[in-house]
Design a protein around this ligand. Structure first.
Ligand code: GDD
Ligand code: MG
Length: 352
């Protein structure tokens, strides 16, 4: 049986306040959780069983996916405390049924990718590699794992987040690992797969292959990237078999009530049961479920959490608004994250 591990235990700090209530892989992207797009991609590649490596807000993953995904079996391996990316792989690995030499796919839980997972798997088995890393080229590699290869495509180094990257080729967060490689990672302490496991394998002479493919690729870790990913799925730049509605200029989910004089444009999503009043406009934004947007309000490049109430004639640009936040009529915010403090009830505003 073909198996995969998906890493979903991170706290998603760069997407706060949305991730205070919802872990990043469960945030809606074009109407379904980000994770559903990855599950669909794994299922399309023939994966039958997924072990979800959970930590932060683990109960929510169980709630949403314990019944599986379109026939794919899903089980959760919850770390007692965060074990790091490598520790999480090792901890989840105990639940695999694959044999020692079988290839297991490991995915970072926050990436949207259009690459050919089957071709990566083929590359791995053809080379009889220990590890095969999906690599992409990006204009600014400093935020990623920098991965140089030789002329044959064999990985020569793994340099996580360096200031002076030696190549524009980066780790895209989709690995094929020989099962026995997973079994060799310690389970009794936190381990970084990027800073410890991969460099260690290279030092010991293991065969680590690079699979370079320049298909659509995006890490959704920041507000701007999240908006971009949602926009690209809504408008059809990236296809996903997890999408439930047609592609187009915008996506209106079920029971969204849009006044005929309101404008929803530039790949925006309006969530279930949300309403947009007369002459309001929403551009290049994600509005989650059960949100009320008042008359004449303008929202641009913003992420609006579920259950928010935004009064009339507000202006929000480059804003991340936490779930269930109320903004009075006429409010004006730009480049800020805003949420309601649970204890004091006060509005908290931070620069983005
Ligand atoms: N279960 C578990 N436990 N999961 C974790 C933990 C943990 O302790 N720590 C992180 N994760 C998960 C996150 O939820 C995420 O899905 C994935 O591991 C990667 O963590 P990020 O925090 O998103 O890392 P990054 O984006 O800075 O860097 C990683 O991804 C880049 C590509 O998007 C690295 O793998 C880089 O090398 C890579 O280039
Ligand atoms: Mg990430």
């Amino acid at each position: 049986m073909r198996e995969a591990i998906v890493l979903v235990g991170g706290e998603g700090t760069r997407l706060r306040p949305l991730t205070l209530t919802t872990p990043k892989p469960l945030l809606p992207v074009a109407g379904v959780p980000l994770l559903a797009h990855q599950f669909a991609r794994l299922r399309d590649a023939g994966i039958e069983r997924v072990v979800l490596a959970t930590s932060y807000r683990a109960d929510l993953f169980d709630r949403d996916f314990a019944a599986g995904f379109q026939g794919m079996n899903i089980v959760c391996a919850t770390e007692p405390s965060p074990m790091g990316t490598g520790g999480a792989i090792a901890h989840a690995g105990v639940m695999l049924s694959s044999a020692a030499d079988d290839p297991v796919i490991v995915l970072n839980g926050d990436v949207l990718s259009g690459h050919d997972v089957r071709a990566q798997l083929r590359r791995h088995t053809d080379a009889d590699a220990d590890v095969t890393l999906h690599l992409v080229q990006v204009s600014d590699p400093r935020r990623f794992g920098c991965v140089p290869t030789n002329a044959q495509g064999r990985v020569t180094d793994f340099l996580e987040k360096m200031d002076n990257p030696v190549t524009d080729q980066i780790n895209a967060g989709c690995y094929v690992l020989r099962r026995s490689v997973i079994d060799d990672i310690p389970t009794d302490r936190p381990v970084s797969v990027e800073r410890e496991t991969f460099p260690g394998l290279l030092r010991s002479g293991a065969l680590v292959e690079g699979y370079l493919e320049s298909a659509y690729w995006l890490d959704l870790g920041t507000p701007a990237a999240y908006l971009q990913g949602s926009h690209d799925l809504v408008t059809g730049v990236l296809h996903s078999s997890a999408l439930t509605g047609p592609i187009g200029e915008s996506l209106l989910l079920s029971d969204a009530a849009i006044d005929p004089t309101a404008v929803i444009a530039d790949g925006s999503v309006i969530g279930q049961r949300s309403s947009v009043a007369a002459t309001a406009w929403v551009h290049d934004s994600v509005v989650m479920d059960s949100v009320v947007i008042g008359e004449g309000t303008h929202i641009q490049r913003s992420l609006i959490g579920a259950g928010c109430f935004i009064g009339a004639n507000c202006v929000l640009r480059d804003v991340v608004l936490g779930d269930a936040t109320t903004l009075a009529a006429g409010a004006h915010f730009e480049s800020q994250r805003i949420w309601r403090d649970d204890d004091t009830g006060d509005l908290v505003v931070e620069a983005l």
